[in-house]
Design a protein. Structure first.
Length: 329
């Protein structure tokens, strides 16, 4: 073998060894990547849980690491929020939540155990939605007007309405709706929408207020009847249901939102990468179709856009809560 051929062979062997080592390191890195925990503040079976599981499957493929949904139910998402605050900010723990935990809960609980502005970092938003008023199959009501008349006659002007969490947006809505229609509606708080729905399906309670996505499957199946939605526009998933705006209940134009948050101090590189992955997932036709069918208005929000929506919604509900006379517990 000539010197030149020996030199060429030597270079090829060194290159092959380098590529093999690089591939080994790459595989080891991929195999050792920690899964991302996606905290959910409500029990399995509810709307937030279903949304989280829909997104986690697609995010796993985009990010190349497992994305595991971890339910931490209780106190309207407060337990999950506290877990996020306590988590190491290394990009392995995130929190998927709607407006209640971020914008409402810190205003109605004296010691929430977290400050969403100081302790959390917005990663990205993916939808807005509306709250809805639904009646159980055991009531004769076919419309909201029917329900009001039923409360006035069968309930002698009094009625209990289920809500997914105490001191939540639904609780304030129950109070305002009762005032508007001059009936005595009392909120019955549950630990999430799933147990509330179980009682509605069992006709243990005549009505409930929660997000559209909590009711929509049972509404379509005829097991409960959504008789009114908040906001100024009817929902694509249930176009026959009137808005409370149509019925004269104004002041709820700023829609609730869903977003994903990380602990403060999480590296910006991770936040950017995850947010880009979220934007791609939200743009997938099957994901958009599935979330829309659940009653969401799907649309990606950058971290800054989510922060802006959070601030505006918090300000709007600060005024509503103050006007209601509610005192933080």
């Amino acid at each position: 073998m000539t010197p030149s051929r020996r030199s060429l062979l030597s270079r090829l062997l060194r290159t092959s060894a380098f590529l093999g080592a690089a591939l080994t390191v790459g595989l080891a890195s991929a195999q050792s990547a920690k899964p991302i925990r996606l905290l959910v503040g409500f029990p399995p079976g509810g709307g937030s849980d279903a949304i989280a599981r829909t997104l986690s499957e697609k995010l796993k493929d985009e990010l190349g690491v497992p994305v595991v949904v971890e339910n931490r139910p209780g106190a309207g998402g407060q337990i999950a929020a506290q877990a996020l605050k306590a988590a190491v900010p290394d990009g392995t723990t995130l929190f998927i939540t709607h407006d209640h935990t971020i914008s409402i809960l810190p205003q109605v609980v004296k010691n929430a155990g977290f400050d969403p502005v100081r302790d959390f970092v917005p990663v990205g938003g993916f939808a807005t939605f509306v709250n809805a008023f639904a009646v159980s199959g055991g009531t004769p009501a076919k419309s909201f007007g029917d329900y009001v008349n039923w409360v006035r006659t069968a309930g002698q002007g009094k009625g209990a309405v289920g809500i997914p969490a105490p001191a939540s947006t639904p609780e304030f809505l129950v109070k305002l709706i009762g005032q508007k229609y001059q009936i005595d509606l009392v909120s019955a708080p549950y630990r999430g929408s799933a147990p509330m729905m179980a009682d509605m399906l069992g006709n243990q309670i005549g009505a409930g207020v929660a997000s559209v996505q909590d009711f929509i499957e049972n509404h379509k199946a005829g097991k409960v009847r959504v008789v009114g939605v908040l906001g100024t526009k009817r929902q694509a998933a249930m176009p026959d249901v009137p808005t409370f705006d149509e019925m004269g209940l104004k002041g709820f134009e700023d829609l609730p939102y869903y977003g994903i948050y990380a602990p403060a101090g999480t590296p910006q590189k991770f936040i950017t990468e995850f947010s880009i992955a979220l934007s791609k997932v939200v743009a997938m036709p099957d994901v958009r179709e599935h979330l829309t069918a659940m009653g969401l208005t799907v649309g990606y929000m950058t971290p800054q856009q989510l922060a802006t929506r959070q601030a505006a919604y918090t300000e709007a509900w600060t005024r509503i809560i103050k006007t209601s006379g509610f005192v933080a517990q």
